[in-house]
Design a protein around this ligand. Structure first.
Ligand SMILES: *Cc1c(COP(=O)(O)O)cnc(C)c1O
Length: 406
């Protein structure tokens, strides 16, 4: 029997097409053909969770008091570990009962926040390009997304002066994310001060995604929104253990900041889920208490890969700026070639998988994102294959196709 009569809700049908879907199909096809894929597409860390965290989880798993439903708002110990970490890391005091909420990964919270706060038609300001949950959450909630176009010549920073006054007046939420996925851009502290002043002036809820809080290099320290005086009145900040501690599969994140907003999100979540398995919350406490030496190892790992790839692509004509943070390189497509075509070409000719920039919004067109999630041996192999296929960046050559050696 055909299922034509049962259609997904409009909110699902309105979602912009998922660029990853076609890529996934082609990946599967390439694998069937026996092509050895070097997958640098997803932002999925390739390292193991630190041993002390795994051991804490195994121990907690043996404790039957962890086997029931966890408290809705997360365990008191994990919430205290969050605010203690926050104080140590940023010097900001937060109340563990009302200003911190554990999440089943930050993606869940970022999307659910939109459902908890956006009415159909509400204006939401979202950069383009952006991490997909920043615009897909608001779209699912029926919000009207106003894209803030980011540009390379502006170092991928939001230019607040380009937001029309009437749009700013109507806007209810602004999502942003520095260090940025996908552009790997960072924002100076002054930018945070400006955006807080902007949000206070127009009464906009600021939602900052600081999921790369610790993946920073060469002495750079990312700024937290809540370090800025007055930010807590109008903002919340999302964090995750996925990237810093190689815990993407564990699904542990948290939100900190304005207590009313956190209460709203908690109310929604109370109706949707039961929170994180208590044994994993115990393990997450251990992660937040790990000595800094562990962070240095993770940072070193990504920095080495960053330098290796920037140098390798440099020999192929690409001039990629040295990123100060994140686990990505944001790389221009050859002149005259779109993101999707370039990513598909790379896949078909070399088996190297990257993410087309337009997956992150229209302003990502013309770029691809490369995740630093393979060791230098594999990255070297990727570079060799790209070179062998004759793929280079030649800005002076006008016209598509020829420079790809096809
Ligand atoms: C990876 C990533 C997330 C998702 O993190 P989870 O906590 O694993 O859901 C959120 N935001 C950005 C910008 C990311 O890159």
């Amino acid at each position: 029997m055909s299922l034509d009569w049962i259609k997904p809700a409009d909110r699902i049908q309105q979602l912009p097409p998922y660029v990853f879907a076609r890529l996934d199909e082609l990946k599967a096809k390439a694998r069937e053909q026996g092509i050895d894929l070097i997958d640098l597409g997803m932002g999925n860390p390739d390292g193991a969770t630190p041993q002390p965290v795994v051991e804490a989880a195994m121990k907690a798993l043996q404790d039957p008091s962890n086997h029931g439903y966890p408290p809705f708002e997360g365990t008191a110990n994990f919430r205290r570990a969050i605010t203690t970490w926050y104080k140590r890391r940023y010097g900001v005091m937060l109340d563990p009962d009302s200003e911190a909420l554990p999440l089943l990964g930050s993606k869940e919270g970022l999307s659910h926040l939109a459902i908890a706060y956006i009415n159909p038609g509400d204006v939401v300001l979202v950069p383009s390009p952006a991490y997909p949950a920043h615009f897909r959450g608001p779209v699912i909630a029926g919000g009207q997304v106003h894209s803030l176009i980011l540009k390379e010549e502006n170092d991928w920073l939001i230019d607040l002066t380009t937001i029309p006054d009437e749009v700013a007046r109507k806007a209810k939420i602004l999502y942003f994310n520095y260090p940025s996925n996908p552009t790997a851009a960072t924002a100076p502290r002054e930018f945070f001060e400006e955006i807080v002043a902007f949000a206070r002036k127009y009464e906009i809820l600021l939602v900052h995604d600081l999921c790369y809080a610790e993946l920073a290099f060469d002495g750079y320290q990312p700024t937290s929104l809540l370090e800025i005086p007055g930010a807590k009145d109008i903002g919340v900040e999302f964090h995750t253990l996925s990237k810093t501690y190689n815990m993407a599969g564990w699904r542990v994140g948290f939100v900190v900041g304005n207590r009313h907003v956190i209460q709203g999100l908690r109310t929604l979540k109370t109706n949707l889920d039961y929170g994180i398995f208590a044994a994993l919350q115990t393990a997450a406490e251990t992660a937040l208490q790990l000595p800094d030496i562990y962070l240095h190892e993770v940072q070193q790992r990504y920095r080495t890969r960053r330098d290796f790839l920037i140098e390798g692509f440099g020999k192929l004509g690409w001039d990629i700026p040295k990123t100060k943070a994140t686990m990505y390189l944001w790389m221009k497509c050859p002149v005259g070639m779109g993101s999707t075509d370039f990513a598909l070409n790379l896949l078909q000719q070399t088996g190297v998988v990257v993410t087309p920039g337009n997956a992150f919004g229209v302003a990502g067109e013309g770029y691809v994102r490369i995740s630093l999630i393979a060791d230098c041996d594999r990255l070297g192999e990727a570079l060799r294959r790209i070179e062998k296929a004759g793929i280079r960046y030649q800005p002076e050559v006008v016209g598509a196709g020829s420079e790809l050696g096809v």
